[in-house]
Design a binder for this molecule. Structure first.
Ligand code: HEC
Ligand code: HEC
Ligand code: HEC
Ligand code: HEC
Ligand code: HEC
Length: 190
């Protein structure tokens, strides 16, 4: 944005926040709190892990027990849970990151280009958040989708299943054979 004056900048950003806050009730709330307080309130979108731990399995009926068992262990990304927003976000300019992906993620995680000979397209391109939510998710490993749906988000199911290499794979997951991040060659086998 090419702002001609600070007041206009403030006005335009304010308008942006109002627009954004209308998209999703949770995203908007987080955005406003982040902007004005730096720390978001825990609301319904947040899961308080301490509360979950305090809940005794004994006090639950069979259904709740099953749900508790299926609850993944790492729904909230550690730096988000610890309110270390500034480890990723520029606090003076919300919406911009301290570094673009994948470098942003490699500040704390191992650089996959040093691990694999060949990188999966979205990993090489720095689209980590096309598969992972940077804050939290209902699935383990912060994944946005589970199972093969994660792959079919980009690869067309019909064309993948047309390949004779994929005949008779019922009951197998894509990641039983392919590594989501990289591998020896372009077929990124596990
Ligand atoms: C590990 C890095 C990381 C941390 C830590 C982090 N964020 Fe984010 N955040 C991102 C990325 C990356 C995006 C861009 C969204 C995307 O790519 O899906 C984002 C997007 C957002 C958005 C835009 C709406 C949305 O949810 O997509 C808000 C608001 C936000 N973050 C607030 C916060 C707050 C508040 C904290 C601290 C409690 C925080 N973030 C911590 C990486 C992070
Ligand atoms: C195509 C989807 C996809 C993309 C893109 C992706 N990941 Fe992953 N990631 C996964 C899956 C699936 C797992 C779970 C692997 C498992 O459980 O064996 C995972 C697991 C992880 C883990 C947990 C440790 C591990 O290796 O199992 C980290 C950390 C991680 N990814 C970081 C990243 C970073 C950083 C990027 C971007 C450079 C990225 N991922 C891009 C799908 C993806
Ligand atoms: C400020 C440091 C930091 C940054 C930046 C960061 N992470 Fe993490 N991440 C952690 C820590 C700490 C953990 C928890 C320890 C662990 O399981 O390795 C974690 C765990 C994860 C996991 C595994 C969750 C699980 O269930 O095991 C994934 C996936 C992940 N991060 C993806 C990302 C992606 C994608 C980015 C970039 C958008 C990113 N991280 C940026 C610190 C960071
Ligand atoms: C965000 C989009 C995206 C997602 C999600 C995704 N992929 Fe990919 N995948 C790509 C791109 C882009 C390429 C590179 C295509 C190219 O270079 O022609 C690729 C390439 C591949 C290749 C190598 C094929 C070739 O001919 O180079 C395999 C195998 C693969 N992906 C498997 C998977 C699996 C398994 C999953 C799920 C864990 C997955 N992909 C999820 C975008 C994605
Ligand atoms: C039993 C192991 C196995 C499973 C499971 C598997 N693949 Fe493959 N995949 C292969 C082999 C083998 C090749 C071909 C390599 C070659 O041509 O040398 C391949 C090739 C690919 C390619 C590149 C060629 C093409 O068809 O475009 C993509 C993309 C791909 N797989 C995606 C997936 C996805 C998505 C899933 C899950 C629905 C999946 N694979 C499940 C073994 C597997």
């Amino acid at each position: 944005m090419n702002c001609t004056g600070r007041i206009w900048c403030g006005f335009l950003m304010g308008a942006g926040i109002i627009l954004l806050s209308q998209c999703s009730p949770y995203a908007g709330k987080n955005l406003l709190n982040f902007f004005f307080d730096g720390v978001p309130e825990t609301d319904t979108a947040d899961v308080n892990l301490a509360d979950l731990e305090e809940t005794s399995i004994d006090s639950m009926g069979p259904t709740e027990e099953l749900l508790a068992l299926e609850m993944p262990s790492h729904m909230v990304h550690y730096p988000y849970e610890e309110r270390e927003c500034a480890s990723c976000h520029n606090e003076l300019s919300l919406g911009t990151m301290v570094e673009p992906q994948p470098g942003l993620c490699y500040i704390c995680h191992e650089d996959f280009s040093t691990v694999y000979n060949y990188l999966h397209g979205p990993v090489a391109g720095g689209y980590c958040t096309s598969c992972h939510d940077p804050h939290m998710s209902e699935s383990g490993k912060l994944l946005r989708l589970t199972g093969d749906d994660l792959c079919f988000n980009c690869h067309r199911e019909v064309s993948v299943l047309q390949n004779e290499m994929h005949e008779g794979l019922e009951g197998m997951f894509c990641t039983d054979c392919h590594n989501p991040h990289g591998g020896e060659d372009k077929y990124i086998f596990q």
